[in-house]
Design a protein around this ligand. Structure first.
Ligand code: UD1
Ligand code: UDP
Length: 368
């Protein structure tokens, strides 16, 4: 077997790293191709997991649009795949790198393995463009690595053959367990002056395209109000570098006492920060999956989620982007100890940390 592993953004790098490590550990012939749809945030993760790509397509442009990303990945990956001739190409998740690399693989008749297959909202524009990226990637995929039984059922409902679906758990839990480090201290991260013992930390992340504009104004205004009305709260927001996010974040949150707008964090300190937080507000997919393992309540700043498992487990709640609703739900968790305790239970709906091993076992048994 010769595998090509392709990824381009922060979450793909984190979730593909355990697969790359497992392939390396078993001495399997492979190439790692990064599109660098993200640049700095990708490089941070390559360093964290000590991965040296064989090919770097370096496609990121400032404030890029979906046409650029799709066309650049499709065109630039073609000569690499023609030269390397892998007999399987692995993609992860729902980004435009994921979809465009799968399409290139299909054009060259190279089988596709999709890690984190079967997530759905069935809403064409929410999340945008990820829902359609996933659905199109499913059509192009030969081996579907579903993280949960719910995801498997979605694929079965769409007519994917049962023999080609494998429930493996989500590789994000493998990554989390590789990195979690209770001995870590924040001395060098600009967070050293925050009193983690006496203050309650709210961790915020927000970057989704469908939240640009009014929804993001609602989210950040609610965050500001929550901090202003709770003197023992410090809010930490590693701001996503997308210029559409940066502008609204600065307009509403810059200079607000006890709000810390910082750069995107390395994975190791970010995981420790999740672990030290009282509450997490996020529109991120990956953070929704990691938080239940750490027993941290999450308010999901979105109208839909393709990750219902944490909500069913009771550790996450879908609150949308309306300012008053976010303030009400956030305040409830800050003021009502019982409501907080009910959500702050450890759950593990996304896997046991052994997903990458299962994926590689399946590839070895199915690929010549
Ligand atoms: C992308 C994915 C989204 C994923 C998110 C994770 C698509 C269409 N979107 O969204 O699914 O949830 O990544 O974070 O695939 N930028 C930098 N440095 C970086 C990364 C981004 O400066 O390291 C800036 C650039 O100006 C870039 C812009 O952010 O043009 C947008 O990046 P892009 O990958 O297109 O979209 P994201 O919002 O990051
Ligand atoms: N993350 C990180 N540093 C940060 C913010 C997030 O390492 O400053 C990690 C987080 O732990 C998760 C992943 O990035 O594993 C989520 O990425 P993102 O929210 O950008 O994308 P999504 O999961 O929504 O596609």
């Amino acid at each position: 077997m010769k595998a090509a592993v392709v990824f381009g953004t922060r979450p793909e790098a984190i979730k593909m790293a355990p697969v790359v490590k497992e392939i390396e550990r078993r001495g399997i012939d492979h190439v790692v191709i990064v599109t660098a749809q993200h640049r700095e945030m990708l490089d941070q993760k390559l360093d964290a997991f000590d991965i040296e790509p064989h090919y770097d397509l370096n496609i990121m442009r400032h404030n890029q649009d979906l046409f650029h990303v799709t066309a650049a990945v499709l065109n630039d990956i073609k000569p690499v795949l023609e030269k390397e001739q892998p007999n399987v190409l692995l993609v992860q998740g729902d980004t435009t790198t994921t979809f465009a690399a799968s399409l290139a693989s299909f054009y060259l008749k190279i089988p596709v393995g999709h890690v984190e297959a079967g997530l759905r909202t069935w809403n064409k524009f929410d999340p945008f463009p990820e829902e359609i990226n996933r659905q199109l990637t499913t059509r192009l995929t030969d081996f579907h690595f579903a993280p949960t039984n719910w995801a498997k059922q979605n694929l079965l409902n769409e007519g994917v053959k049962p023999d080609n679906i494998f429930v493996t758990g989500n590789t994000v839990i493998d990554a989390l367990l590789m990195i979690v480090d209770p001995t870590y201290t924040f001395a060098g991260d600009g967070l050293g002056r925050i009193d983690f013992e006496e203050k309650r930390i709210i961790l915020l992340t927000s970057h989704r395209r469908e939240n640009f504009g009014e929804p993001m104004v609602g989210i950040f205004s609610a965050c500001r109000q929550l901090v202003e009305q709770n003197a023992d709260v410090e809010m930490i927001y590693p701001v996503h570098p997308n210029p559409n996010v940066q502008k609204i974040a600065k307009d509403i949150l810059s200079g607000v006492p006890r709000v810390h707008l910082i750069k995107p964090m390395e994975y190791r300190p970010f995981v420790q920060l999740m672990n030290k937080s009282y509450l997490i507000l996020t529109d991120s997919g990956g953070v929704q999956e990691e938080a239940p393992t750490l027993g941290k309540p999450v308010l999901v700043l979105r109208k839909t989620t393709e990750r219902p498992e944490a909500i069913e487990a009771g550790t996450a709640k879908l609150v949308g982007t309306d300012r008053d609703t976010i303030v009400r739900e956030g305040q409830r968790l800050l003021s009502d100890a019982n409501a907080y305790r009910e959500m702050a239970t450890k759950a593990n709906p996304y896997g046991d940390g052994k997903a990458a091993g299962r994926i590689v076992d399946i590839l070895l048994s199915r690929c010549p």
